[in-house]
Design a protein around this ligand. Structure first.
Ligand code: BTN
Length: 319
């Protein structure tokens, strides 16, 4: 009900009378008034003037379907939205809803995560209202081996979206962290449900530090936010809409052309790891070398004293 009133107000040219709203939705004037009160409590600025009615004057920066849909220009990604005030992990919610049949392109947002998950079994800090904590459900007709390419193209999409929205010269740290001056802005965790040689569902979890005013002591030297980098708050909903658009474009290009040389070139242009001296930790093994590029399967190619090594997973740090 409140969502339907919000849509009417968002689409109205000016004032909408309470009578008109109650007629259009087939509800009482009192019910309209109650819903307006609730929307105000959520942060919507709704002006009311006698004999004229209601007018939407401002909207909060919330990651909800109502706030996202006017900004979305995608064909598919974000057309189904699940929003949570608090949840343990949006990747978990996405996997659950995938099992229940949620469609390709569904997006899961949380204002706060209490059990945010990171790569290599680590935790991901996701304080209330400070970032874009989201997961995208994809149902690609691809083999599990292609997941590495989806990981890379997500990094590229998020990197370009942040550049477009903020103008910051952010870069990718292989495979798909987004960094600024060596500090981490974004982490991406891709999880897959597969059957033999077919991916059933792919959950791409994206955590962007947007308006975090500060970080806890243990993260202070390693993490940053768009607010700290630009000195001003950044709209989370605009950023989320832009990420979804970039991701949809990259994903469709990949389905049509694969991760071809043109893709690898664009990725390399954005990747701070390529061209740097790196230290690689893979399980118990550790070695150093120069990252020289990306292989056709998405591995990082590292030139060592003993030849070129292809790194598919593990921890790569720039020395
Ligand atoms: C990393 O370790 O760098 C990956 C971090 C991924 C965090 C995001 S936040 C939204 C989604 N839900 C999760 O639990 N994790 C991902």
């Amino acid at each position: 009900m409140k969502e339907r009133i919000l849509t009417l107000l968002q689409n109205a040219d000016g004032f909408l009378s309470g009578e008109r709203i109650s007629e259009q939705l087939g509800v009482s004037r009192a019910a309209v008034w109650k819903a307006v009160k609730k929307l105000r409590e959520e942060g919507y600025g709704i002006q009311s003037v006698t004999n004229k009615g209601y007018r939407l004057v401002s909207s909060p920066d919330l990651l909800t379907e109502g706030e996202l849909s006017p900004l979305l220009t995608t064909a598919c990604l974000g057309r189904t939205v699940f929003s949570y005030e608090v949840t343990d992990s949006t990747n978990r919610r996405a996997r659950e809803e995938a099992d229940r049949g949620a469609p390709h392109g569904s997006v899961f947002f949380a204002e706060e995560q209490t059990g945010g998950r990171g790569r290599l079994g680590r935790a991901w800090s996701a304080p209330r209202g400070e970032g874009v904590w989201m997961s995208v459900l994809l149902r690609p007709k691809l083999a599990p081996a292609d997941i590495a390419q989806i990981t890379l193209l997500t990094g590229l999409a998020v990197c370009d979206a942040i550049r477009e929205v903020t103008g910051l010269p952010v870069q990718i740290k292989w495979p798909n962290d987004i960094v600024l001056d060596g500090k981490k802005l974004v982490g991406i965790l891709t999880e897959m449900a597969a059957e033999e040689d077919r991916i059933c569902a792919l959950v791409v979890g994206i955590g962007v530090n947007v308006n975090n005013p500060a970080f806890p002591e243990e993260l202070k030297d390693k993490a940053t936010s768009l607010l700290l980098a630009t000195g001003k708050p950044v709209s989370r909903k605009e950023l989320a809409a832009r990420i979804l658009l970039r991701l949809e474009k990259e994903y469709e290009t990949f389905l049509r052309q694969g991760a071809n040389a043109a893709f690898r070139k664009r990725y390399a242009e954005r990747c701070a790891t390529i061209g740097s001296l790196v230290k690689v930790v893979m399980g118990n093994e550790e070695f150093a070398g120069t990252a020289i590029g990306i292989s056709e399967t998405g591995a990082l190619l590292v030139q060592t004293g003993q030849g070129i090594r292809a790194v598919n997973s593990g921890e790569v740090s720039v020395r």
